[in-house]
Design a protein around this ligand. Structure first.
Ligand code: URA
Length: 227
């Protein structure tokens, strides 16, 4: 766990308690202490773990959040529409560095999405070399033909416009229109394009888990910190 030593204005503004220009006012209005002693000086340095605000420890310096994303919410900082970050507490929305999603889900896809302000972790988990398993449940427009699991497992399926075949993926049939699919890549619209390549269409998509993180116990729109 990090325990950085820095000025009070940096602690408070980086964690989103207030903006940097508001720190002086924030210290006047709120009980901010270092080792139990009240602080008014924005330049005072302290270790993160020694600071309290209204007798509560500061928020963690680094956050990893698991959300069960609802449909209609967008994994972007800049697109129009309802952004996923607007579902987080205001303080987290104001953090610097910013919280970002680890990869993306389409607006109409529901389910497991991780968010973090740890750029290194984000990079590691989204890099093409990352082999984190992602499990999806897909509802299809047309009944299965029966050969889909073998084709996905073959490691020889090419998506339209791509030069590299997909890695082998595991597909389990839940009903004629409903499958569970485990993939270890994260190509653009991958699941929808996989079924598109076989002449079918995904009409609903839910990500059950990302690596060890499952949203089975979270309702749509709910989130929790996982570190
Ligand atoms: N594959 C898709 O097609 N869409 C998603 O949102 C995730 C995986």
């Amino acid at each position: 766990m990090q325990n950085s030593y820095k000025r009070m204005d940096a602690h408070l503004s980086n964690l989103g308690y207030c903006t940097r220009s508001e720190v002086k006012k924030f210290l006047k209005k709120n009980l901010v202490c270092v080792d139990g002693i009240r602080v008014f000086d924005v330049t005072q340095k302290a270790y993160h773990n020694d600071v309290t605000v209204e007798n509560e420890p500061l928020d963690n310096e680094s956050l990893l959040i698991l959300m069960n994303k609802p449909s209609g919410v967008i994994c972007s900082h800049s697109d129009g529409g309802v952004l996923i970050y607007s579902m987080l507490p205001l303080r987290w929305q104001r953090r610097n560095p910013k919280i970002s999603t680890i990869g993306r889900l389409d607006a109409d896809t529901t389910g497991a999405i991780l968010l973090t302000d740890d750029g290194e972790l984000n990079h590691k988990l989204t890099s093409p070399k990352s082999d984190v398993a992602k499990v999806y449940e897909a509802t299809l427009a047309e009944p299965l033909k029966g050969n889909e699991a073998d084709i996905f497992a073959s490691g020889e399926l090419f998506l339209k416009g791509e030069k590299k075949p997909l890695l082998s993926a595991k597909m389990e049939i839940l009903s004629p229109l409903h499958v569970r699919l485990e993939i270890c890549e994260g190509r653009y619209h991958q699941v929808k394009r996989m079924f598109g390549a076989l002449g079918n269409r995904v009409v609903a998509l839910h990500r059950v888990s990302f690596g060890d993180f499952s949203v089975e116990n979270l309702k749509l729109g709910e989130y929790k910190t996982v570190i």
